[in-house]
Ligand binder design. Sequence first.
Ligand code: 13P
Length: 338
Amino acid sequence: MNVQALIDTANALVANEKGLLAMDESTSTCNQRFAKLGIPQTEEYRRNYRELIVTTAGLGNCLNGAILADETIRQSARDGTPFVKSLNGARIIAGIKVDQGAKDLAAHPGEKITEGLDGLRERLAEYFQLGARFAKWRAVIVIGADIPSRSCIETNASTLARYAALCQEAGLVPIVEPEVLMDGAHTLAQCYAATEQTLVAVFNQLYLQRVLLEGMILKPNMVLPGIECATQQTANEVADATVKCLLRTVPAAVPGIAFLSGGQSAQLASARLNAMNVRYKSRLPWSVTFSYSRAIQQPALELWRGEEANVPAAQQALYHRAQCNTAARRGEYTVAME
Ligand code: 13P
């Protein structure tokens, strides 16, 4: 294991006040988003869409890394340039989603376990050859009546740590993503409790399984009320709860925390990240940035709708969201930017 290379990559992923883009939707998730907008659900349309993203001018001013899906890391632009090469040309590091999805956890109604450890060592070696220098694995924790269970949290934490150790062995920086979902009517306090328990379990397992904390990135949810909760806190209150939770659970050795957006609107995802950086940046041991998918891509996807003529407008919208989030990472985002 090349410890220094892992540390250098992890630091590069959160350097220069920039963030990450998740463009690693599985084929079925991408198809679902296409279907809602009437876009044909074919490999060629998915490729066209990913080309639109990677060829957006100036993206390297906002992003240090982009997370790809297995299909995408093997694809090229129409002119034959592999997507990984296009990204690297824009000074963006290529990453790869390596989990194989959240499946029902046996004996735990309503809870999930992420699969994909079988054959992972071999897949990681191939992804390194294809140019990936970091990876992502998402675990899903659901809040509901009597859940999350202790066993669901521990099983997912153990699996995340096994994945992270394998990544580091292969020279890839693991993005460790335990997502407490915002679906439902639960309160911010319930999200806080589930997130704190989850992060304690995750870092316990990362320690037990000898994961190099300096060579990884944490990708957590923000501490939020459920999307159907009647009480929706302000951006400052969300920032306070989220930072309190992270300070209690995430070791200072971790170089960066890059949030998922999780179904928040694009504007709220920017405003809440901004509030954390405005209120706490100078006091935090780690960089606090974004690794959004929907909160960067959704406006662009809605403009594109599969039409070649809409590519410039969609690229402009994508760049705008990337810029808003880069400003939020710096604590310089304002609603006037919208
Ligand atoms: P969202 O920002 O849409 O939640 O996606 C982030 C991600 O990568 C989920 O794994």
